[in-house]
Design a binder for this molecule. Structure first.
Ligand code: P6P
Length: 336
């Protein structure tokens, strides 16, 4: 008898995971479904960004000092909305908001989690139709349940994330998330409007041949890093190089490709920006959690990203992330 492989939707998958832990409250499963709902709504607008007047600068400038595009605001509001009106989240921190938002209502104050997110990363690529994405990380609160969450709930090291994920709005729209049990990818089926399990138990290949870095900053990188980047381009590579350089300029697209195919993504510090460009709390920590669960590594050049004790919501960090063996090879050239 041929049994059709049953397609599992995100909702079915999270409920199946919940059934394996009867004592679980279901709050995390519910939160992940809420994020999936927001992603579907954002996907609709991203897919028609060139057709309606949602494109273009909203005129305001966000806390990063960047022109905010209307889609950024829309995406931020979608995540705020589903999380505030769900049953699992006490408050959020967003790239688009100067400070954390404490929901401070009875249900939210009794919710176990807080969420940090970049609602639409790489939004400068919207106008040229390059893949963009959403990035999120979920933490269990450390403050007292029943009361409003506090900034301390958000400034936790990335190792304390209970879940992290991203949505890539690309040739297809995928939601990928990790818990400590594994990394799973879901592709949106527009016919039924559901994310369906398409990439179960994602593992980051231990080796790869893709390296991602902005070569335009090459002469601002430290010598050891320049030596590694040069080695990536030489035929004498021990693994039969040279490697292939792939850099989209959209972190979600670059790291997603390297997670699936194997590779290394680097956003180093430069002379002008020694702290790097990428944000620790809602860009680097979520991806570092996911890549480590998938078997890869992530550092700031000196230490594990997930061990960094944050001091500010929007602090930046250099980032080196990807296949385990490639990260170890980098470390033989570059020890800042
Ligand atoms: P650069 C997009 O603005 C972003 O934050 C990441 O998505 C991306 O990896 C990086 O900046 C690209 O920065 O300086 O190379 O253009």
């Amino acid at each position: 008898m041929i049994i059709n492989r049953r397609i599992l939707t995100l909702d079915e998958f999270t409920i199946q995971q919940l059934r394996q832990f009867p004592t679980a409250t279901g709050e995390l499963s519910s939160l992940l479904r809420d994020i999936g709902l927001a992603a579907k709504r954002i996907n609709v607008e991203v897919n028609k960004a060139g057709l309606v007047d949602i494109l273009g600068d909203a005129g305001s400038v966000n806390v990063q000092g960047e022109d905010v595009k209307k889609l950024d605001i829309y995406a931020n509001n979608q995540f705020m909305g589903v999380l505030k009106h769900g049953i699992s989240c006490a408050g959020v921190g967003s790239e688009e908001l100067d400070d954390v938002v404490v929901f401070d209502d009875e249900v939210s104050n009794n919710s176990k989690y807080v969420v940090l997110f970049d609602p639409l990363d790489g939004s400068s690529n919207i106008d040229v139709n390059i893949s963009i994405g959403t990035i999120f990380g979920v933490y269990r609160r450390v403050s007292e349940l029943g009361k409003p969450c506090t900034e301390e709930d958000f400034l936790q090291p990335g190792v304390r994330q209970v879940a992290a994920g991203y949505v890539v709005y690309g040739s297809s729209t995928m939601l990928v998330y990790a818990t400590r049990r594994g990394v799973n990818g879901f592709t949106l089926d527009p016919a039924i409007g559901e994310f369906c399990l398409s990439h179960p138990d994602i593992k980051c290949p231990p080796s790869g041949k893709l390296y991602s870095v902005n070569h335009g900053n090459f002469f601002q990188y430290e010598e050891g890093l320049r030596n590694y980047i040069n080695a990536c381009q030489r035929k004498d590579k021990t693994n039969g190089g040279p490697y292939t350089q792939r850099y989209v300029g959209s972190m979600v697209a670059d790291v997603h490709r390297n997670l699936i195919k194997g590779g290394i993504f680097m956003y180093p510090g430069t002379i002008d920006k020694p702290g790097g460009k990428l944000r620790l709390m809602y860009e680097c920590n979520p991806f570092s959690f996911m890549v480590e669960v998938a078997g890869g590594k992530a550092t700031d050049g000196k230490q594990r990203i997930l061990d960094i004790q944050p001091t500010e919501l929007h602090q930046r960090t250099p980032l080196f992330i990807g296949s385990k063996h490639m990260m170890e090879e980098l470390e033989t050239y570059y020890k800042p």
